[in-house]
Design a protein around this ligand. Sequence first.
Ligand code: FES
Length: 210
Amino acid sequence: MKINVRIRRTGGSRGSYLQSYSLGLEGNRTVLGVLLEIQAADPSLVFRYGCRFKHCGLCGITINSRPYPACLAEVRGDLELAPLERLPVTADLAVERRFYYELFRKHEVALPPSEPPEGNFALSSLYRQLLSCTECFCCLATCPRFELQGSFPGPLFFVKVAQALLNPLKPKLKLPITRKDLEQCLDCRRCRCPYGVPITNAVQYLLSIS
Ligand code: FES
């Protein structure tokens, strides 16, 4: 299959521009596989990835207008690729990630481990479901209220706070979110998680204990 790939690139003296590539593919390929192939021919292309297999969350980008992890997306035809919306671009398809960890520090929320604790604990089903969050930032890119400098911390923050509060090893944590923010989030429900993390259930849980 021959495909055309248009990539929104940012950086250097050219600012932001579209670059087109065409390549022939054999067999099933993921978007990450296509990016790696393009990068082999054009090493100036910047994007993030880590595990290459749905685990690290680093490869979230906009694929044909939809935020999605590149290693999860199978190629079915031409591609339009861009960095995640609502997030500051570092270069090309890579977005800044540090700001989010600073937000957790500001609210004194320790990020819980993404593995279940060892030991004979009764783990709630919601806690188990929240463990599938890979912090790919795709939910932030679909949240109409999230702004980098705004006061609304966004769905990823809610998921991580719920995960921290449900972790059986965690000491009690003060809820760093207002009821109003949670209620507005429940009214909206436009964010999407490519891994199927039940964001709404996390928000409902936080509301129930606030
Ligand atoms: S490269 Fe790790 S989730 Fe895609």
